[in-house]
Design a protein around this ligand. Structure first.
Ligand code: ZN
Length: 407
């Protein structure tokens, strides 16, 4: 078994689920269990400046070339999604996958169905690592962690391979959107970086949504329905009217690719008070501004009709498209593309219909596109990763490092 597979299987044994509720850093102390394992490994590989700060693990592999070359960062997150348990993960290795359904758990009837997941077909004859159906697998993002660690091990064992300064960062709490919160960009010391946190082999991402959230509150007046004529204002119906003023075909279920959306994801209402929670997404800044204005205008219309105090809208920016920060240093995407091609992987450049820590790091001064891990179906029991994908991940990282000394 290759080292990257062995590492991956070791890391997924450590439960590192993050949790949105606590405000502590990291959100769950069990993430430190993996941090400590990684620190020990980094130290025994002989890396320098190995440290842990607020659950963030940092390390440096110093340059071994006399030439002036950029310092590159590689970043992966240690936590797993709160959506599904990551405790007592029991991976199954399906060797020489013959195609068809994979039974994850006969007793509970959890099946990785070839119909529902047609992408399985491309892995016929390969080895696939799946869950036993009771937990997630943790390829998101322990595959990224294992790939980075294995690339480092290779470089340490092959000092003849020339490389610049490599900066390593393993972060907590990515899955709850806090992975960049306490990242020490200055101390990290990289000119640019890659998160290794994408999906299937070949994924390369440097664009993501611009994001905002909106909370809209509606205030009504409750009167006995028998004598309500001209008096009652039903805030549930105000919310309804508000929704009718938004474009009806710009929801997540109606959009794909570069299309943005309005997404109503939570609502709660009674006569006197109704609240709607939205997220707004758009790849263009201007597009996001337009969406915000559409919502503000809808609120204004209702205010005109029902009074200034009938609607309150609060819009907060969340994150931005990293494209703006990557474009001036587009060579870092080109290098990743060339690296993939050089190891026989076809680059698939897609916009991320979400955010990444890399987007936030890019705005914190560290341009950070995202590389594939090789995994599929993150955050649930159907998560899986083909073993060759783990190996390709290592190869791509090493190739990027090799190519960067010519930058
Ligand atoms: Zn991830």
């Amino acid at each position: 078994m290759s080292n990257v597979i062995e590492r991956f299987l070791k890391y997924i044994q450590i439960d590192t689920q993050s949790d949105e509720t606590p405000t502590s850093v990291p959100s769950t102390s069990k993430q430190l269990n993996l941090a400590h394992v990684l620190i020990e490994e980094l130290q025994s590989l002989g890396l320098e400046e190995v440290k842990c700060n607020k659950g963030y693990v940092y390390a440096v592999l110093p340059a071994n070339t006399p030439n002036v070359v950029p310092a590159i960062g590689f970043i992966a997150h240690m936590d797993t999604s709160p959506d599904m348990s990551g405790f007592a993960v029991k991976p199954q290795l399906i060797e020489n996958y013959p195609g068809g359904d994979i039974i994850l758990n006969a007793e509970k009837n959890f099946i990785l169905s070839a119909d529902a997941f047609p992408e399985l077909q491309q892995y016929v004859g390969k080895t696939i690592i799946t869950t036993d159906g009771t937990t997630l697998l943790g390829a998101d993002d322990k595959a990224g962690v294992a790939e980075i660690m294995t690339a480092l091990e290779y470089l340490v064992q092959h000092p003849e391979v020339e490389h610049g300064k490599l900066c390593i960062g393993f972060t907590p709490d990515e899955e709850i959107g806090r992975g960049a919160d306490h990242f020490d960009v200055k101390g990290f010391g990289a000119d640019f970086a890659y998160t290794v946190d994408g999906g299937p082999v070949g994924e390369l991402e440097f664009e993501n949504f611009n994001a905002a959230k909106a909370v809209v509150q509606f205030y009504g007046r409750n009167v006995h329905p028998g004598s309500a004529k001209g008096k009652m204002i039903n805030s549930i119906l105000l919310a309804h009217e508000f929704l009718s003023l938004l474009p009806s075909h710009e929801t997540p279920a109606d959009t794909e690719g570069y299309e943005g959306f309005y997404h109503l994801h939570r609502s709660q209402g009674e006569i006197e008070n109704t609240i709607l929670h939205f997220i707004l997404r758009d790849f263009k800044n201007e597009g996001l501004e337009n969406r915000k204005n559409t919502m503000r205008n809808a609120a204004k219309m209702l205010q005109k009709k029902y009074g200034q105090d009938s609607v309150k809208i609060e819009i907060t920016d969340q994150y931005q498209n990293m494209r703006e920060k990557i474009e001036p240093v587009m060579q870092i995407v080109d290098i990743a593309k060339q690296a993939m091609e050089a190891v026989g992987v076809k680059p698939k450049i897609n916009p991320i219909r979400g955010g990444t820590d890399g987007a936030r790091l890019s705005y914190m001064g560290l341009p950070t596109p995202n590389l594939f891990t090789g995994g599929h179906n993150f955050h649930g029991r159907y998560e899986f990763i083909p073993t060759f994908a783990l190996e390709k991940g290592v190869e791509v990282i090493l190739k990027i490092i090799e190519k960067s000394i010519m930058m």
